[in-house]
Each structure stands twice: as C-alpha cells, then as structure tokens.
Design a protein around this ligand. Structure first.
Ligand code: PLP
Length: 281
C-alpha cells in the first residue's frame, strides 16, 4: 500500500511521523474523507471545501488548493489501484517541542493521505438495515470542525460495537445530534424527512447536503429541525448518511424496531438516488 506523506508517495510501512507532531500530542489537526466509486472521487469538491473551512477555523494554512488536493488524491487512488473505498486526508499543525501555543509562523504542516478499500455499494448491511443505539454526546462545542480529536466518537462507537450494532446516535438534551461518524435522519409516520439543522453542534455532512438536495428534487417533504430520541423510536423509517456508508437504512433503535423492521421505501429510494449521483460523478 502506498500512502502520501509531506510531498512524497511512500510504502505504508516506511511512512513515519515524529513523536513531537502536534496531531499525535494534541490532536491538533483536521481530517477529511472522500468516497471512491468506480475509481472516481464522490462529492469531492464539497469535501475539499469543508477541509479548507475546518483548517481556516483553527488557523492552519491549507497546504494545497482544491485542484492540487484532487491531483494528489487521484494519483494516490491510481497508485493503489483503488476502485471502491475511501481516501483519508489529514493535516496537522506540524512538529514542535511540546507546548500548547501555536508553532512559529512558517512551521510546515504534516500532511498525510491514505486509501482504504471498502465495499460501499454492495454492503450487506444496507440490505438488512442497520441497528443503532443512542449514547450521550460527550463532545466539545465546535463539532462543525472536522477535528482529529475523536475520543468521544471512539467511545460512542465502541459502545455500539459492544452492543453488537452498527452505529451510535449521540444525544444532547434529549435530541439526537448525529451519529458517531454519520448524520442522522428519521422519516415520520406522515412521511416527512427530518434532520437536525446545521449549527456548531454537528458536522455539516457532505452526504447530508446531497441527500437533502435529492429529496428536494424528488418533492419529498423535508424539515430541518431537532428530533428527540422519543420521536426517533416512533419513526416510520430512519437512516444515516456518510461518505463511507452513503445512505444506510436503520431498522432498530435501542432495541425498538422501526416500521416493518426492514429498510423503508424512502430510505431505499434516497440510497438509490444517491448511488446514481455517485456513479455519475
Ligand atoms: N457526522 C460526523 C460526526 C462524522 O464523523 C461524519 C463523517 O465522518 C458525518 C457526520 C458524515 O459526514 P459526510 O457525509 O461528510 O461523510
């Protein structure tokens, strides 16, 4: 496997980052993940725009413009012969003797990219539907920044793993914020699609934005508002979205079966519509 590290393509087992890297010591960095389907990047311009915004919000200069990022991504995809999966990108504030304040201006960032093969389309979970549990949202107040500080999500996902389910939906003040690595949606019994509005309380999902656009084009009723766990348990359908799962139907929340206990028609339709977009990319 070939990875990208600071301007070079190197074998994974030879790529090394210094102990004093601020990503390692402070989680002082930003990451981004784009899907690859049929060897092509999906929704990539939006992912690169979010990367640029996240970096800007924490005062790290973006090392590349979008065109340069995309060339590097495409090069890495080709070198690894990746047909379907993910491209991971990470930029940290670089290497400096451990001290909380920023390094001097001009300190080079650490830039890492790697690919991961993954079956996103032919994922059996999308056929059966995923089960989720709800957990407390333990995160900080700037969840709109795609920071590599993911301890709360690690702990949330591990609870899901231990419960034998696919995802954990994080809850704050009784309302679902989002999944540990996905955006949460429900479909009410009167067939309205509900997802939380964007704010600093959640990550602006790129797949979320595409799915909302597709729902609008298909004339579906959409409301961007908070929804509670109680409402989710009463929902007709639910699903979550992310670059790594596209649209994943949810059939059970905290052990409560939704609707007929199989992926619902609206969830399936939006998954199919998103797949078309992804394929046409
Ligand atoms: N919310 C969180 C907390 C995430 O970590 C992710 C993806 O990793 C998402 C939402 C989904 O975002 P996207 O659709 O851009 O992959």
């Amino acid at each position: 496997r070939t990875v990208y590290l600071n301007g070079e393509f190197v074998p994974l087992d030879q790529a090394r980052v210094p102990v004093m890297d601020r990503g390692f010591l402070f989680a002082d960095g930003i990451y981004e993940v784009s899907a690859v389907l049929d060897g092509k990047l999906v929704d990539n311009a939006a992912h690169l725009a979010r990367l640029d915004r996240s970096l800007g919000e924490i005062g790290i200069a973006n090392p590349h413009d979008a065109a340069a990022w995309e060339r590097l991504q495409a090069d890495l995809v080709a070198r690894n012969g990746l047909v379907e999966g993910l491209v991971y990108m990470q930029v940290t504030r670089g290497v400096m003797e451990r001290d909380f304040g920023f390094p001097p201006a001009g300190t080079p960032t650490t830039v890492v990219m790697f690919t991961q093969a993954k079956k996103i389309v032919a994922n059996p979970l999308a056929e059966s539907g995923a089960r989720v549990i709800t957990v407390e949202d333990l995160r900080w107040k700037r969840r709109d920044i795609k920071s590599v500080a993911l301890l709360a999500q690690v702990l949330a996902k591990q609870q899901a793993v231990e419960a034998g389910v696919a995802e954990a939906w994080m809850v704050e003040d009784g309302a679902v914020t989002e999944g540990s690595s996905s955006t949460a949606f429900i479909v009410t019994r009167d067939r309205t699609l509900i997802t939380r509005p964007l704010s600093t309380a959640l990550l602006p999902g790129i797949t979320r934005a595409s799915v909302l656009r597709l729902a609008g084009e298909a004339d579906l009723r959409v409301e961007e508002r908070l929804f509670t766990v109680a409402e989710a348990l009463e929902a007709q359908e639910a699903f979550y979205t992310s670059a790594s799962s596209f649209v994943m139907p949810v059939v059970e929340i905290d052990g409560t079966r939704l609707g007929d206990g199989v992926p619902g028609p609206l969830s399936r339709r939006l998954r199919a519509l998103y797949l078309e977009v992804a394929r046409g990319a």
